[in-house]
Design a protein around this ligand. Sequence first.
Ligand SMILES: [Zn+2]
Length: 225
Amino acid sequence: MTGYFRDAGSFEVSSGGDVVRVFVVGPIQTNCYAYVSAGEALIVDPGAAGVRVAAALSGEKVVCVVGTHGHGDHVGGVAALVSATGAPFELAAPDVEMAEHASNPRHSGSGVSYDNDAPAPSRLLVEGDVVKVGTAQFRVMETPGHTPGGICLVGEGTADGIAFVGDTLFPGSCGRTDLDGGDPDAMRQSLSRMGREIAPKTVLLCGHGPATTMAEELENNPFVQ
Ligand SMILES: [Zn+2]
């Protein structure tokens, strides 16, 4: 179930120098991102392809692996990536139990089983925490709804204008709230808050499918009110 892996290319972050690499991994085509800055890489949601993501990098030191939430299609590759790189794994506390049972189809976000349960996180992320990579940093915004521990990572410094939004928001839509841990009321509040607090110019990098911008979503997404 874990064989799918596609290097979907990369783009340069507008503030200069840093690069986002995109890998599409696993049976439900999860977006895994490598944010590369000054020879370091932050890996967001390695899906089910941890070792192949590590191998596809160009020698950058993996300084951190973050799960935007605990569904197996996002964290099923964490164990392999952490053991290949020695990098710490970080996740919000409410999703830890789910991530540690990623191989259980009930927790996988899709009813599909993943090979590896995620290891215990090295740090439990909470609102306002900062994740650093090279000259960039990302601030943690808690956005429950798809899962109780869902987070967005909002870029600052050389990552200004970039946010990783996991399965909370998709172009014109939002993540499912009918899966394990979903909460429609929390989702509404999270999306509303994102619309108020994330700058319109920000490129939103979603957990599946294409990217969008907050300006586009403020105009066209009925869930962002
Ligand atoms: Zn999910």
